[in-house]
Design a protein around this ligand. Structure first.
Ligand code: BJ8
Length: 388
């Protein structure tokens, strides 16, 4: 069956910047390096950007969403491992082997700030450290425990020391407060855009929003925010007609290069109105409290991120139900990457909660290849038909 032709679709000019930002940003990073700025790579939302910027470094996200680097990674890592881990690692190996040079920013990084989340990532970081110096932040795995917050604050303080040593700059309270303020501005802008997605005729599609959020931790914060303002202005005066069933995507992140499932959903007639994901609401939902001591305020905000690596993760179930109601969702597509045990296992509890709430769920477990595209199309078609 052919993809549906979407009628009354609109063109958003301000999205061009996000789609074509890559070469400009690479030049910017090269220039920063020439000027002596240190570049920090990250692979997870638990690493606060505010600390990195407050010490005068720049940061880029290193999560891999492309299938091309996976072959190189499989010389070191097992095949039955999450594609995001293999793609990220493969991109570093690629740089060192000077093979494709398609992700030059991986080779420009001075330090990786990693985090103890899933087992696959932790073990990969041991290997990664042989290529790029890697500092792994520990995380309390039970964030609701009494001592969890104090422990996380200590880890942030160690990270602060590491960053100060890397850059030779001291992080002052005033600088940190400034960074918190600007990061909150970005979060508020994203909230404003998501408010528009609650409308009966949301002006932006999920596939378009994904392109924006995939750039959130790649672009410089100022540039990202400046272009969000333009996007918000444009969205305020646009609307889409005849949208199909309203879908929420929930699950694993979709790193840059990975758009397969949302594209299928929207080409087959669905409309993604919200994402419960690290390339979605998890990236910006909670603000940092600007009235509190900054390290504590950062720790409180970041520890709230409801990743499936945490136990228990009731916060995520509550958030999914809340988003489903607020965005008037007709169905949820639960998206997991192969071999991501955390999100795969947590699906059971999410499915139970959604069933109780009377919200249908379609579960898709996939990787970065195109091998299952036709099969996913068939399943998405059946799901959308049931929702119509
Ligand atoms: S806060 S989701 S960015 S860890 S790598 S867990 S897909 S098996 S990326 Fe993540 Fe931080 Fe959590 Fe978000 Fe699964 Fe793959 Fe692990 Fe993954």
């Amino acid at each position: 069956m052919n993809d549906k032709i979407v009628e009354n679709d609109i063109f958003l000019k301000s999205l061009d910047f996000f789609k074509d930002a890559f070469p400009g940003r690479i030049n910017q990073i090269l220039k920063s390096k020439e000027e002596g700025k240190k570049i920090v790579g990250t692979l997870c939302l638990y690493v606060p950007d505010e600390l990195i910027y407050a010490c005068g470094a720049d940061r880029v996200i290193l999560c891999g969403g492309r299938s091309a680097p996976i072959e190189a990674a499989e010389e070191y890592l097992p095949r039955n491992l999450c594609p995001l881990i293999k793609s990220s690692f493969g991109s570093v190996i690629d740089q060192k082997c000077s093979k494709t040079k398609s992700c030059p920013h991986f080779g420009l990084v001075d330090l990786i700030v990693a985090e103890a989340t899933c087992d696959g990532k932790k073990k990969m970081y041991e290997l990664l450290n042989q290529y790029i110096p890697t500092h792994v932040m520990d995380l309390p795995q039970k964030p609701e425990n009494q001592n969890a917050l104090e422990y996380y604050i200590k880890e942030l303080e160690s990270l602060k020391d590491v960053l100060e040593k890397l850059t030779g700059n001291k992080i002052t309270e005033a600088q940190l407060k400034n960074e918190i303020k600007s990061a909150n501005k970005t979060r508020k802008l994203l909230h404003a855009i998501y408010e528009l997605r609650k409308k009966d005729s949301p002006p932006i599609r999920g596939t378009e929003m994904l392109k924006v959020l995939q750039q959130m931790h790649f672009l410089s914060p100022d540039e990202f925010r400046k272009n969000l303002v333009l996007l918000l202005d444009e969205l305020k005066v646009k609307k889409r007609e005849n949208i199909g069933p309203r879908i929420m995507i929930s699950g694993c992140p979709m790193a840059s290069g990975n758009t397969k499932v949302p594209e299928i959903i929207e080409k087959r007639g669905g409309m993604i109105v919200v994402e419960e994901s690290c390339t979605g609401t998890r990236a910006f939902w909670d603000l940092v409290d600007e009235t509190k001591e900054p390290m504590r305020a950062l720790a409180e905000r970041y520890l709230k991120i409801p990743c499936a690596c945490m136990y228990p993760n009731n916060r995520r179930i509550d958030q999914i139900l809340k988003l489903a109601g607020d965005f008037n969702v007709g169905g949820v597509v639960y998206y997991t990457l192969q071999f991501c045990h955390g999100y795969n296992i947590e699906k059971y509890r999410v499915a139970e909660a959604l069933k109780k709430a009377g919200i249908p769920l379609l579960s898709i477990e996939t990787d970065y290849s195109a091998a299952d595209t036709e099969q996913i199309k068939t399943r998405v078609d059946a799901f959308l038909e049931m929702l119509e």
